[in-house]
Design a protein. Sequence first.
Length: 103
Amino acid sequence: MVTQSGMPLAGDGGGIGYSTNGKYAFYVGGRGTGEIAIVDVSQAAPNDVFGAIPKVASIAPGNMGLQLAEAAGIVAKNDVLYVAAGLLGFLVYDFPGLGSSPQ
């Protein structure tokens, strides 16, 4: 992934995954309050820059206590995201349409 200026997007050890219906990618990570986000990749082209892929949901879960080389885990089953969020423990989020059947 790259930023809008074309520079590589620096990762901080966060987790990333994709929905089984191929419409969404999701990620978690970041220091401070962090971010859990879902982006719509259904129309993404191979060379799209970071800002060209629309973010459809985002939440700052709070202080996960992550440092630069630590990862938060994220996985989806059907319409539910399961997040291993460091100091916050285990978080569960529902996102209709994330599962195997496109809306």
